[in-house]
Design a protein around this ligand. Structure first.
Ligand code: SF4
Length: 74
């Protein structure tokens, strides 16, 4: 199954991922960065499996992120 990878530490809190797909992304009130919903952290990279239904929209999110810290691994 494809995976979303998110380098959360480099997030600039622009809100774009949340605006495109709030099902998977939300903004943290604590530090202003976005959080990958249902993600787990490993060495600073957050990751979550993504089903076929959600793949295309998360590819759009990855393309739209201005600092390119979201990757989809298929
Ligand atoms: S689009 Fe990128 S920089 Fe903007 S909030 Fe989401 S992860 Fe952070």
């Amino acid at each position: 199954m494809p995976k979303i990878l998110h380098q959360r530490g480099k997030c600039i809190g622009c809100n774009i991922c949340f605006e495109i797909w709030p099902v998977r992304w939300r903004m943290s009130r604590q530090d202003g960065k976005c959080t990958l919903i249902d993600g787990t952290e490993k060495k600073g990279i957050w990751q979550a499996l993504v089903s076929g239904d959600e793949l295309a929209i998360n590819k759009k999110v990855a393309q739209a992120c201005p600092v390119k810290i979201i990757k989809i691994v298929e």
